[in-house]
Design a protein around this ligand. Sequence first.
Ligand SMILES: Nc1ncnc2c1ncn2[C@@H]1O[C@H](COP(=O)(O)OP(=O)(O)OP(=O)(O)O)[C@@H](O)[C@H]1O
Ligand SMILES: [Mg+2]
Length: 466
Amino acid sequence: MASKTIYVCSECGYKSIKWLGKCPNCSSWNTLSEEEIEDTVSESKNSMRKSMLTRAGSEVEAIALSENDLPDYLREKTGCAEFDRVLGGGLVNGSVVLISGEPGIGKSTLLLQICSSYNAEGNILYVSGEESAAQISLRAKRLGIKGQDIYVLSETNTPKILEKAKSLSPKLLIVDSIQTMYHTESNTIPGSVTQIRECASMYINFAKTSGVPVILVGHVTKEGSIAGPKVLEHMVDTVLYFEGDRSQGFRLIRAMKNRFGPTNEIGVFEMTDSGLKEMPNPSSLLLSDRPGNVSGNCAIAIIEGTRPLIAEIQALVTPTIFPSPKRMSTGTDYNRLALILAVLEKRLGLRFSINDVYLNVVGGIRIEETASDTGTALALISSIRDIPVPEDLVCMGELGLSGEIRAVSRAEDRVAEAKRLGFKKVVLPKRNIKLLHKVPDGIELIPVANIFELLKLFAPNGGEKC
Ligand SMILES: Nc1ncnc2c1ncn2[C@@H]1O[C@H](COP(=O)(O)OP(=O)(O)OP(=O)(O)O)[C@@H](O)[C@H]1O
Ligand SMILES: [Mg+2]
């Protein structure tokens, strides 16, 4: 069989017979890489023609949805409550989960811990294409995992791995990582788009035919997306991202796609010497080491998934030395920061345009909820005016372009979480006051309808220009 060279885009899987600097399909630069493929086109055309002829003769049957009386998904608890929460209640039999994250974030650690806590009867096969069996057992020793029924296989050849998996018939198969796996029939190097796609489809096929859940580890590119073809995320049932600030112990797992559960849940962990520890109360970790009486800091009440969370937002506003002032945001959307700054400048006359602005969410978490807007605005005002926000105050509310503060969902849960963590004052949108059924004792509610009221509360001088 003759082989030929094609160029495949690592972002979208687009194929071209010649090299191109820019992918015509997804417009990414420098993503086309060379791959050798066997010329099976004419052969596959023939086999397709044959199968179409065979199928033309046989009849297909559709089943009425009402008659299809199938039981609910069979789930197994992984024994790690935070991981189960993200999965929607446990691992579904026959499902394929892709978990990705930055190098060293703790993917292998988490999966080894899951091997030890997994509830179902039987063996677990942990395949590593990155580490030797000795390295894995050293890690297991450090984590205090005995692992009588955990089998470790240091191998990258997918057909061989699946052969072993079929003979062992484990209750769970873990593949660390899909980018290191290869399939001999495809003539390309491991990590190439074709190899990843083919190996992934072999593991998916194994999961669907045997009913064994499979967890695949995925690398990320320097932009933060999963390395390999985008189609990989479409092929698997669940895509999880493991994130956090590597310099700090805080780790989050988020579901980006889940065919068997919601995608808004997060799992929270703390990385320690003895492995990942579940954090059922993440707010207490996020608020530890709060500097007291410093301007620019503000506690905010957000909802992550179904869980209320109190985080801390920090702003630093300093006079600029650049022709165009610098803006930096870590843990929040840059465009949202630009919007809040524009509203504060236009409506309150605060001169952010002559200042550099740095915004940071403590703990390396990422906030997407607009309910954090009021807290961000308060932190920015606090920093530009150099007036500290009271330590026992927590803030919530979405900011509109005219400076109005809009209602947030589940205000009662946020207030209850603030109370639990010892906060005494809660700044919240005026409209939310009417919707609150019960206010916990010892909590002072401060309703605000717009940013003018917000400014009056904490900066009695009003909105004069700085
Ligand atoms: N004593 C320790 N020895 C090694 N790692 C430790 C120790 N204590 C904590 N760690 C943490 O474990 C992390 C390594 O975790 P792990 O190997 O599971 O990451 P990973 O996401 O699988 O990385 P990779 O992408 O390289 O496979 C380190 O970055 C470090 O934060
Ligand atoms: Mg690893």
